[in-house]
Design a protein around this ligand. Structure first.
Ligand SMILES: [Mg+2]
Length: 289
């Protein structure tokens, strides 16, 4: 793991300017698209709740989903509920909590292990640490616990140190050091594993996997699609200073540039059929009247 927020690297700021554009699909290519949310499809905000979904994003995702015959999934650190709240009324296949929970393309939920036992002792520990430090925010996602220091970066070093102590004492926990956040998730799942599970099911099976993400937790996703002969795309983190050794083979400079590239991908994958699902939805709603 490599993380500049927890002070493990520093650099010149030149690296984030390096760009390596991913190719567009060729005619007849069948792609399965896996997309991280925060820092990838939407810009990071002060708090997870403050993130805004711009009006053009939902139509873009709908075009991509249609163009890939439904082989588009969101793969996020947010819970499924958090993902659905953000993209309402759209319900896409999705992996939440860094791959711990997963909704398949047919809408069913993959079975999950209960994380309660391993997380329960952490709540009082993290609450005690957070209470005397104004600006720290403990987010209880049910299946994981995240401690955000975006609003109080002066506590960053202390947060990272405390988090590592806690993680070292509990081997069943995985510590994810993200962008101004540390997060404890039960071991046994990650974004790469979730992508592999999607690829064993329709409509993802048999397609070339493409994964785009921006953070440390996305490295599992990059490694998985690299192994499977797919495309791994890192969206540059504007807060990062210096190189951070990503496994991603391609690199785009911003959320906006990724969205531009995704728009071109949708056109290439299925030109002329991009509004099939909206037509179907319209027919269904008019038939119901
Ligand atoms: Mg992200």
């Amino acid at each position: 793991m490599h993380n500049r927020d927890c002070g493990r690297s520093a650099g010149s700021g030149v690296d984030r300017l390096m760009v390596n554009l991913p190719p567009l699909p060729r005619l007849g290519d069948r792609w399965a698209l896996f997309l991280d949310v925060d820092g990838t499809l939407v810009a990071i905000a002060e708090t997870p709740e403050a993130v805004r979904v711009e009006p053009t994003l939902l139509p873009l995702l709908e075009r991509l989903s249609n163009a890939s015959d439904g082989a588009l999934a969101l793969v996020s650190g947010r819970s499924l509920l958090g993902i659905d709240t953000l993209f309402r009324p759209m319900l896409l296949p999705a992996a939440g909590l860094h791959g711990w929970e997963r909704r398949r393309a047919d809408g069913t939920l993959a079975p999950i292990d209960k994380p309660a036992a391993v997380l329960a002792p952490l709540r009082p520990l993290l609450t005690a640490f957070t209470a005397p430090r104004p600006g720290l925010r403990l987010e209880d996602k049910g299946g994981s616990l995240a401690l955000h220091y975006r609003l109080a970066p002066r506590y960053g070093a202390a947060v990272c140190q405390r988090a590592r102590e806690i993680a070292a004492a509990e081997p069943r926990l995985r510590l994810i050091e993200g962008r101004k956040v540390v997060e404890f998730v039960p071991r046994g799942s990650d974004k790469g594993k979730a992508i592999g599970e999607f690829l064993a099911e329709p409509p993802f099976a048999g397609r070339v996997p493409v994964y785009a993400g921006d953070d440390t937790t996305d490295e599992d996703g990059f490694a998985a699609v690299n192994r499977l002969g797919g495309l791994s795309i890192q969206v540059a983190n504007p807060e990062a200073r210096g190189r951070h050794g990503s496994a991603a083979r391609y690199r785009l400079p911003s959320v906006a540039s990724l969205r531009g590239w995704l728009g071109a991908v949708a056109e290439r994958l299925n030109p002329g059929h991009t509004f099939a699902n909206s037509d179907r939805a319209e027919r269904q709603s008019s038939g119901a009247r």
